[in-house]
Design a protein around this ligand. Structure first.
Ligand SMILES: Cc1cc2nc3c(=O)[nH]c(=O)nc-3n(C[C@H](O)[C@H](O)[C@H](O)COP(=O)(O)OP(=O)(O)OC[C@H]3O[C@@H](n4cnc5c(N)ncnc54)[C@H](O)[C@@H]3O)c2cc1C
Length: 417
């Protein structure tokens, strides 16, 4: 089934009776060449690129819940390529290029909107740091513009520029940054993978990983044992638990990150805006809700809900930056489990077990990485070689200390530094 303007017209005229489920719902087979554990954005994109780029279709994605129930459907949808450090820069740059062709590639409307991202700064020191970041972005081939205070005012007139504690000095504008509809990204990849022969199996929890003589043999699941030549762990906040099934202890802590959405409002915020003096970022969804988030809850947890002190902290930041938001009613809040690494950068690597691969540690920034991560992870699984843009995401950097990429200079927990 392909989507097109003609198809929509046809369906509109025939009571929408021709639409079909977007992906098949197969029973799990007893054996696959590759089993991908986790049907989030990263697992689904990995399966898609295994099939599309490498012709590997005897692949199953095993998801313990439903597609989109994890972080891929819980994030604040920000997509950007504004990283500073080598290792991250080239990876996110590659990922953004994949985003830019994604809707055509998947024939699926993921509502990717390059509405521009503005990171605000509030001191001379911060201006210097953002100027350096902007230069790094340009050196990487991405876009960046340093705005002074009046430049920001032209874009975001509703901000409180003269806040006594945190006056706005300017901002770094990344025009190609923006948002996408998060669950549509999962559905689009699922459909693309399923069409190419990948089995997407929901309600199938992996409960064990079978290993013999240092080699992976398959997985145990709530729907029976499945043999596999290769197994890929891509389970975000559950990475520590699933890797433990293979006897591994990962350098990962799981923490809750919360997000919020208001009632639908007329268009008021047409960029993505981030506050420089607190972890607060906001955009407006196409339905009109103001979507915003803050910082981690800062204690390890597997609960997909947050705590009230962080709610208060986020609301304070929102009111500091844009007092107009006080008139909006918050409709919902929710939490997702972040897989935090000690340096805040991800892992895409082989493990010491032959045939067992690992993709995790995306912290609170893995939505924008979905295309790039799937592409690079599929390359590693298929060829055994690291894909150049993700070549620095090695697991052993946490053992040796060589090659750490502490993008923000704060490690995984900002509050402890
Ligand atoms: C509130 C919030 C805001 C965020 N904002 C942004 C943002 O603006 N921009 C950005 O780039 N990133 C953001 N992120 C981060 C981003 O969402 C994550 O880094 C990314 O989605 C993680 O990868 P994933 O999509 O594969 O994870 P998930 O969707 O969580 O996928 C992992 C899947 O593995 C499954 N699983 C776990 N254990 C098992 C098992 N034993 N067997 C089978 N399946 C299993 C889970 O059910 C889950 O579906 C945010 C996250 C949150 C929670």
């Amino acid at each position: 089934m392909r989507f097109s303007a003609l198809r929509i017209l046809q369906e509109g005229l025939t009571n929408n009776r021709g639409w079909r489920p977007h992906w098949r719902d197969p029973e799990p087979k007893g054996e696959y060449d590759i089993v991908v554990i986790g049907g989030g954005g990263h697992g689904l994109s990995t399966a898609y690129y295994l099939a599309k780029e490498h012709g590997l279709t005897n692949v199953a994605v095993l998801e313990k819940g439903y597609l989109g129930g994890g972080n891929v459907g819980r994030n604040t949808t920000i997509v950007r390529a504004n990283y500073f450090l080598p290792g991250n820069s080239e990876f996110y740059s590659h990922s953004l290029k994949l985003w830019e062709g994604l809707e055509q590639d998947l024939n699926y409307n993921v509502m990717h909107s390059q509405r521009g991202l503005i990171n605000l700064f509030h001191s001379d020191g911060q201006r210097d740091a953002f100027a350096r970041r902007g230069n790094a972005m340009e050196n990487q081939g991405d876009d960046a513009e340093l705005l002074d205070r009046e430049g920001v005012r032209r874009h975001l007139p509703y901000l409180d520029f003269d806040n006594v504690r945190f006056p706005i000095y300017g901002g770094l504008l990344h025009r190609r940054g923006g948002t996408a509809r998060h669950d549509a990204v999962a559905w689009g990849y699922a459909r693309g993978a399923s069409d190419r022969g990948v089995d997407i199996i929901q309600n199938c929890e992996v409960t064990g990983i079978d290993i013999a003589n240092g080699k992976v043999r398959g997985v145990q699941t709530t729907r029976g044992a499945i043999r596999a030549k290769k197994v890929a762990i891509v389970v975000a906040g559950r990475s520590g638990q699933v890797a433990a099934m293979a006897g591994m202890r990962l350098p990962i802590e799981s923490h809750v990150l919360q997000a919020f959405v208001t009632e639908g409002l007329k268009p008021v915020i047409d960029h993505v805006v981030s506050f420089g003096m607190g972890h607060f970022y906001i955009s407006q969804s196409d339905k009109g809700g103001l979507v915003f988030g803050g910082d981690l809850d800062f204690y390890p947890s597997y609960a997909q809900r947050g705590n009230l002190p962080m709610v208060e902290h986020v609301m304070e930041a929102a009111m500091t930056l844009m007092p107009m938001i006080g008139k909006a009613k918050v409709l919902r809040s929710w939490g997702g489990i972040m897989d935090m690494t000690p340096d805040g950068s991800p892992i895409i690597d082989k493990t010491d077990t032959e045939g067992l691969f690992l993709d995790c540690g995306w912290c609170y920034g893995g939505f924008k990485a979905v295309p790039g991560s799937g592409f690079s992870f599929a390359h590693l699984i298929a060829t055994g070689e690291h894909h150049a843009p993700a070549a620095r995401f090695r697991l052993d950097r946490f053992r040796t200390g060589v090659g750490l990429m502490d993008e923000e200079g704060t490690g995984a927990q900002h509050n402890l530094h």
